[in-house]
Design a binder for this molecule. Structure first.
Ligand code: C2E
Ligand code: CA
Ligand code: CA
Length: 717
């Protein structure tokens, strides 16, 4: 410290001189007045104590011999008071020079003894050094107090902080944790200390070692690393969403401080707000905004997958009347009830929303056919249009529905909603209680599809189907190879309906599964009853649709019926199209293997129209190729088609497969096939599909020369 500074500090210190004799005081004053201190002179013990209380006394020169209260007493009292406990005292005495008195003086806390008369220079030196000492002591005391205060303050900040705070060493172990962190992790502070920081982290999942983690890497760069959406893994209970910040401590500490801010409340609030924003408070369904969001994501899905989707806009008929006559509370109840009823007629993954008022919307995603939306609309209208009863009052409601399909009626959310809304008005205008498509053409298509589907359901119930049998004949010898069973629908009004009209719909609606079993049973029964008329190797071919072929229990079903009706499996052939085989190549191989094990033959139907891949011909276990009838129809005029036919014939021969030409209608076609060594034919030239009774009459050996052939059907014009 600079001399001037020391002087300034010293001069603030008080030197107290206590002596009962005035002349002594005057002498002391004269002696000590010139020092770097402030001199106080008092003449009694009491006055000394008073001064000690009032001022910051750095040193006391204390006369021992005083009336009332002697120096020893004053010293004792000073030592008893924390304020003056350490204040240095120099006893000044003339008389009590005895050894005992000196000892007593030290015992009461004196730091020194001066006996009168004394050397002024010595006294001054002593005073200086004791005042310095005292000043250092009080500085130190002050510093300690400040430090204690600061430490207590820091500790209380850490203890009371709501955020979790941990200090993590450079090896990734926690060296300090505050109570808030322990609370977040459902454990005590001591459970945390010494454990790996990463072990308490749920997300982000840190797969790598600590040294490669972002925490460590940022620390190495002396940067703060922040993570807004992390979550902690408490010892018990759910994860805790947190925001983390990890800041390096000064280099020497080789550690970082991580602060975790509990985000549970914020995130819950956020979620709540989100769901509030998309929920209709009255019905609990999603609202207009929610529906827009759902449509947007469905739309982008549909654009990617190319599947169609439909938006239905439903408006209640007669709701206003109820609201006006029964009041708004009743109206609210009705809307809630309608919401629930509508939900009942939808699949769980359809989206139902209330757009406001008495308007609801439905999003049907992934429709096979746009017209299928009509069925949903019908169900919705039916659900709503029942007798309702509220507070003892009966009333009926109705609904009008507008339908817009993607992609036909619009490519955007707004466009589709507008189209559906317009279609809904059209439905209202047309007399309510009905649905309308935005595109008028769809109305007719949807109606006929619905009617057809309805008709098929009844036909299955009423058993209105039958099989006809088309003969297959060896071209060279004219010998009968077998029959292909073909499905017919005997419609009570329309008459006989061919399968191309209804098979696709049966497939789509999966009704084919119900009919498929019937076809097997019917066909196999028929083949059994032919046993007495025909040779044992006569084959009955049955068509198996792609849906049926994809069913794992196909072979089991076949086996059961074959056993039940005592038919040799070798007398049965199933016809499968190329596309059915290619649905799932592995499953196909397995299905074919099982059919082979059962002993049933397999033919590829309509060969040449699909992939016609040589690769699968090698991999699949097959028996027969059936050349599609389009090639046969054109082969005499088109060299390309002729080339396809002869190639298939060669292919079959090389692979050891039987080849059947389908749709042969003329002798010219037959002769061409003979010339090209095709083995078998099927077609109107020989016979169309024949009712069972006629098929029984079919000759086992056909005489090609005896024209016209007995069952041949002249080609259609
Ligand atoms: P497909 O398997 O190719 O059946 C041959 C079709 O060609 C039959 O039509 C048959 O009547 C017709 N046809 C046969 N010879 C000639 C001919 O010389 N000229 C012409 N123009 N046509 C001929 P159909 O009975 O209308 O059957 C159509 C398709 O329906 C069948 O094609 C088959 O894919 C499917 N189908 C028929 N019956 C069944 C069945 O029981 N189950 C399944 N899943 N599908 C069936
Ligand atoms: Ca066929
Ligand atoms: Ca065919």
């Amino acid at each position: 410290m600079a001399q001037a500074q020391i002087k300034a500090v010293r001069s603030s210190q008080v030197l107290l001189v206590v002596d009962d004799r005035q002349e002594n005081l005057v002498a002391m004053e004269a002696l000590l007045d010139e020092g770097d201190w402030q001199l106080r002179c008092v003449s009694s013990g009491e006055a000394a104590l008073q001064c000690l209380l009032e001022e910051n006394v750095g040193l006391v020169l204390l006369d021992v011999q005083m009336p009332h209260m002697d120096g020893f007493e004053v010293a004792r009292l000073m030592r008893g008071n924390p304020r003056t406990r350490f204040t240095p005292i120099i006893f000044v005495s003339a008389i009590s020079q005895t050894q005992d008195a000196v000892l007593e003086g030290y015992a009461t806390g004196a730091v020194d003894f001066m006996l009168k008369p004394f050397e002024p220079q010595v006294l001054r030196q002593k005073i200086y050094s004791l005042l310095d000492h005292e000043r250092h002591r009080s500085d130190l005391l002050q510093l300690t107090q400040q430090l204690d205060g600061a430490r207590a303050f820091n500790a209380s900040v850490l203890d009371n902080a709501a955020e979790g705070i941990v200090v993590v060493g450079e090896t990734g172990l926690i060296s300090f944790a505050n109570p808030a962190m322990a609370q977040m992790l459902n454990c005590s502070v001591s459970d945390l200390e010494g454990t790996a920081m990463l072990s308490w982290l749920l997300t982000p999942e840190v797969a790598c070692a600590w040294g490669e983690s972002e925490f460590y890497q940022a620390w190495r760069r002396q940067e703060t690393y922040r993570l807004h959406d992390a979550s902690l893994r408490p010892r018990t209970g759910d994860s805790v969403p947190v925001a983390l910040s990890c800041s390096p401590l000064p280099r020497l500490q080789k550690a970082m401080v991580i602060i975790a801010l509990d985000m549970s409340v914020v995130r819950n609030l956020h979620n709540q707000l989100e769901s509030l924003a998309v929920t209709d408070a009255l019905t609990g369904l999603i609202n207009r905004r929610g529906f827009y969001l759902a449509m947007e994501s469905a739309l982008s899905r549909s654009k990617r997958s190319g599947r169609c989707m439909a938006v239905l806009y439903l408006d209640l008929d007669g709701f206003k009347r109820i609201n006006d006559s029964l009041g708004h509370d009743a109206g609210d109840q009705v809307l809630r009830r309608v919401g629930e009823q509508l939900k009942l007629s939808l699949r769980p993954y359809d989206t139902l929303a209330r757009m406001g008022g008495d308007e609801f919307t439905v999003l049907i995603d992934g429709l096979g056919h746009p017209e299928d939306a009509a069925r949903v609309a019908e169900k919705l209208i039916e659900q709503v249009s029942v007798r309702h009863s509220l507070d003892g009052i009966d009333f009926t409601l109705g609904a009008s529905v507008g339908i817009a399909c993607f992609p036909e009626c619009g490519q955007t959310v707004d466009g589709l909603l507008r189209a559906a809304d317009m279609a809904m008005y059209e439905a209202k205008r047309a007399g309510r209680q009905q649905y309308r498509f935005f595109l008028p053409a769809m109305n007719g298509r949807a109606r006929s599809r619905l009617m057809l589907e309805e008709g098929l359901r009844t036909a299955i119930e009423h058993d209105d189907f039958r099989l006809v049998y088309q003969p297959q004949v060896y071209l060279d010898s004219g010998r009968l190879r077998g029959f292909e069973g073909l499905l017919r629908w005997e419609h009570p009004v329309a008459g006989t309906v061919g399968p191309s009209v209804f098979i696709p719909l049966l497939e789509e609606t999966r009704l084919i599964n119900r009919l498929g079993g019937w076809i097997f049973r019917q066909g196999i029964q028929q083949r059994s009853s032919m046993t007495s008329h025909f040779a044992d190797d006569l084959v009955l071919s049955l068509n198996v649709s792609p849906v049926q072929f994809g069913m794992p229990q196909l072979v089991d079903d076949l086996r059961r019926v074959l056993q039940e009706l005592h038919l040799d499996p070798a007398q049965l052939e199933v016809e499968v199209t190329e596309s059915a085989l290619m649905q799932d190549v592995e499953a196909t191989q397995e299905q074919l293997r099982q059919l082979r094990m059962l002993g049933v033959k397999v033919a590829i139907d309509d060969f040449g129209t699909g992939y016609s891949s040589l690769a699968y011909l090698r991999h699949f276990e097959l028996d027969t190729l059936k050349i599609d009838r389009l090639f046969i129809a054109n082969m005499l005029d088109s060299p390309r088609d002729a080339a396809v036919v002869s190639t298939i014939i060669d292919l079959g021969r090389n692979l050891g497969l039987e080849v059947i030409a389908e749709g042969v209608e003329t002798m010219a076609q037959r002769d061409w096939l003979v010339a090209h060594q095709c083995a078998i034919m099927q077609g109107f030239l020989v016979a169309p599909g024949l009712p069972a009774a006629q098929a029984q009459q079919f000759p086992e050996l056909l005489d090609w020369s005896a024209l016209p052939l007995p069952f041949s059907q002249p080609p259609e014009a």
